[in-house]
Every structure is written in C-alpha cells, then in structure tokens.
Design a protein around this ligand. Structure first.
Ligand SMILES: [Fe+2]
Length: 473
C-alpha cells in the first residue's frame, strides 16, 4: 500500500468495542476524539476532483480506563444522501461541479437546499449538541455515541450568510463562540457574531460591507479582539452565478491588493483598525494574543494560493505535489492594525497546527502540528515547536503519515505541555491506520490503538471530555 491510500475511499462503516492496543493508553483519558474528513471520492462512475470534496465521514475513538472503542460513519448530508440515492454527484463541491445549466446555477445561489453541506472539515459542540461543519451554514448535528446524523443544527435567530468558517473560536472567559458569515451580494457583508455556549441564538456584533469579499478558512481571536486577515484571494459573487466554474476556480489571487487586516473589538463590535500588508495566504491561524500593547497573530503561511491547486486528488495520488505545508509566521501590529511586521518563526514546514486549548487568545509557548520532512511526499512527522527556546522536536516512523495532533492536558498538569497528543496515523506498510498517543512534552510514543482498515487523510478532530466542558482549539 502506498501513500495513495490516504486519498482512497473508505466505504465500510464499523463499530468496534475494543481495539487492540500496543503500549498503554492512559487510564485518565476519559472521553472521545472525534474527527471528520473526506472518505468517499467516487459516486457511480463519477469522481470528485479535489481533496476537500470527498463525502464526509466521522471517526470516533472513545477512551475508557485504558481501553479504546472505535466507530466510523458517513455524515448523511444533503450532498451524501442525494449522491447515494441518485448514483451520481448532485451538489457542487469546493473543486467539483456536476455541470448544471446557468439557470440551475442561479437557482443554486439562491436556494440553500442545493448548496453543499458536506460537513467534512471540523467538529465542535454548540448548545450541547455535537456538530460537524463545512464552510457553508448550517452545521450538521450528530449523536456522539452512534455517530448517527440528527439533521441540521437549528439556530434560533435570523442571522444570514452564504459562507462561514469551520473554525469557530471558543472564548471560555466570555462563554461565547465567535465566528463570522459572509453574505454575498452586489456589495457583500462580513457578519461577525457571537453565540453563548448553551444557546442557539447568535448575536451579530459587527457588520462590515466589502466590495470584494476574500476567502478566509479561519480567523484570529485574542482575548479582546477578532482579527480578520484578508489574504488577497478575491471572490466575485456575481461571476459565481453566471460563470460555470467551481468555487475553487472562483478564488482569484490578486496579490497587488495586499493582505488587509481588520481588528474588531469583541465586546463593542467596533472596527478598531484596518491595515494592509504584503500578500500571502494561509488556511490556519495558530493563535492571536495581546502583548506589550501590541497584537500578535501567528499562522501557517504560504507565498500564494498555489497550495489550493496542489491539493487536487490527481496531484496528491500521483505524488506530483512536492510540498503540502506552510511555515509558521508571526505578525505583530498595533491594535489599530498599523506598523505590521512579519517574522518567520521556524524553517520547518507544518500544517494542522494545535495549541493547548486554554492558551487560545493568550500567549502560548507550544505549538504541535503535522510537518513535512525533507523529500517526504506528504506530512510524515508530528512536530513540537517550543517558541520560547525556538526548538523543534519531531516524531517519525517509516511508512507512517500522521494527521492533526490534538493536545489533551493531563489531570493536575502544571506545564503547558504536560499532556498527550492524539493523532490518527496511516501506516502504509501495515495497510491500516492507528490512533497514536504521544507524550506531548517528549514526543515519546505511549500507546497506539489499531483499526482494521485505512482511515483516509482528514482534517480536524476535537477531544471531548466526558464532563460538560468541550476542549477544542
Ligand atoms: Fe481547517
């Protein structure tokens, strides 16, 4: 089996009470790791084109006294059910378009029933309900035990928008989730909102009108501010209606515009500042925090949007994509978004970065991420970045390709890195995947729990404690 398996469909849904364990799984882990990601890349004789298009599947590893159970199940989104029932690709995805007529396309923009709802990017908990998310609202609710789809998460408000992010920020000081929607139109609007942890009602705190909305996969949030880093990836909404291309092909790289940064006060909703800096691109913010009267914004930066093209399935399966990761970049600026400076923090290439959940919005010392070693065809390491000592350590084993590493704090931990990392790893020699538990401080393996099949490469996972508190980043 080769790396290619990570981009091949997994059709089988399973439920296993006890996985076989190598090493030890800490008994203090009492909760579950739930990950979403693409898992089905063909429907009938049609194929999705981009990695982001694959129909979403949930994988859950549940920890109980050192034992681990496992379940995987497709998310029964509209995209999934219609494809299953009709035996063809019905809804347009990020990089795949089922070739509609222009009239149908116009209808699609207007009708939420026909937009993709393939929730394969991230999971979280809203108002006590587990949900899986993509970049179009609303999220899809599921049962955390059976992974059965429960339907759309129902908001109790009339807040509207066409696209959103699957990276909401949980502000534990305020007990609110922050996120934003973009409403497309002749003039488009960013609608930044907050939602109390236990409520279904969103409150819009700020609306910003823009002529040319940008594509942002995530955003920054410090304790006081929401930070929109608008890379020069421009969307022309009217062209989307009338020109037959996929969403990916409507993301236009216009570097001359530079990267615009907007800082919004989380309490008042006031736009505190707007600034412009050099063009670059990122999917993922790592963290943002205030320090010495300045705003610090860390993210995984790419020189341009070439990475989006590099993630078409043909490229990935044939290993013609040489680099799938970016570099850790720190932006410093005044809260008014003036005097913006850039610094590359490390030379390593990384993606899917995570920090300690309690450091979100605050200064952090440690970042964990997947990283791509020299001449490796894909992310083949887990890296621990120590920002105080500017040191990097890595975990790597031959033929192993890890996914996002999720940090879980040890009970009574004293240090920021006192805990474990959980990551789903594809082992191309064994032709299966396993859940890896690493010591977060040393990257020494503690234990692993193997499933009987491959788990296609996916995106984000969260660890949910058995208690009411959700721990995500
Ligand atoms: Fe993401």
């Amino acid at each position: 089996m080769s790396l290619r398996a990570g981009f091949e469909s997994l059709e089988r849904e399973t439920q296993v009470d006890t996985l076989s364990i190598e090493g030890d799984i800490p008994a203090w882990l009492q909760g579950s790791l739930i990950r979403t990601g693409p898992a089905k890349f063909e429907v009938g004789d049609e194929s999705y084109r981009h990695w982001f298009d694959g129909l979403g599947m949930l994988h859950a590893f549940q920890f109980q006294g050192g034992d681990v159970s496992y379940a995987n199940r497709f998310i029964e989104s509209g995209s999934y059910c219609e494809a299953r029932d009709e035996g063809r690709i019905v809804r347009s995805e990020f990089g795949t378009d089922p070739c509609r007529s222009i009239f149908k396309r116009a209808a699609q923009i207007l009708s939420p029933d026909e937009v993709t709802d393939n929730a394969n990017i991230n999971v979280t908990k809203l108002a006590g309900q587990y949900v899986s998310m993509t970049e179009t609202p609303p999220p899809i609710a599921f049962d955390d035990e059976t992974l059965e789809t429960e339907g759309y998460f129902e908001f109790d408000d009339d807040v509207d928008g066409d696209v959103t992010t699957a990276h909401p920020h949980r502000d534990t000081d305020r007990s609110h989730v922050y996120n934003y929607l973009t409403a497309f139109g002749r003039r488009s609007t960013y609608r930044i909102y907050r939602q109390p942890f236990e409520s279904r009602t969103r409150e819009v705190i700020s609306e910003i009108d823009v002529n040319t909305p940008r594509y942002m996969h995530s955003f920054g949030a410090s304790q006081q501010y929401v930070i929109l880093v608008e890379f020069p990836v421009v969307i022309y909404p009217l062209q989307m209606v009338f020109r037959g291309e996929t969403f990916a092909e409507h993301l236009i790289w216009e570097p001359d515009r530079g990267t615009r940064i907007r800082v919004i006060d989380k309490e008042s909703g006031e736009l505190v500042g707007t600034g412009t800096t050099e063009p670059f691109f990122a999917f993922h913010h790592i963290n943002a925090f205030e320090q010495d009267g300045e705003l610090v914004v860390d993210l995984v930066a790419y020189p341009d949007t070439g990475i989006i093209d590099d993630l078409y399935l043909d490229e990935l399966r044939n290993e013609t994509t040489s680099l799938v990761a970016g570099q850790m970049r720190r932006l410093r600026m005044s809260p008014e978004a003036e005097n913006i400076r850039h610094e590359r923090l490390f030379d390593e290439y990384l993606e899917l970065p995570r920090i300690h959940p309690s450091r979100v919005g605050r200064r952090h010392r440690h970042v964990w991420a997947g990283s791509q070693g020299e001449s490796a065809p894909f992310v083949n390491q887990i890296a621990a970045f120590d920002l105080d000592d500017r040191e990097v350590s890595t975990w790597h084993e031959p033929s192993c390709y890890p996914g996002e590493p999720i940090f879980v704090e040890r009970p009574d931990a004293e240090a920021e890195d006192d805990g474990v990392l959980l990551s789903i790893v594809l082992d191309t020699d064994e032709e299966t995947s396993f859940l890896l538990v690493l010591d977060a401080a040393t990257l020494e393996p503690i234990g692993r729990a193997r499933v009987s099949h491959h788990v296609p490469f996916g995106f984000h996972a969260q660890y949910f404690d058995e208690g009411p508190e959700v721990r995500d980043g």
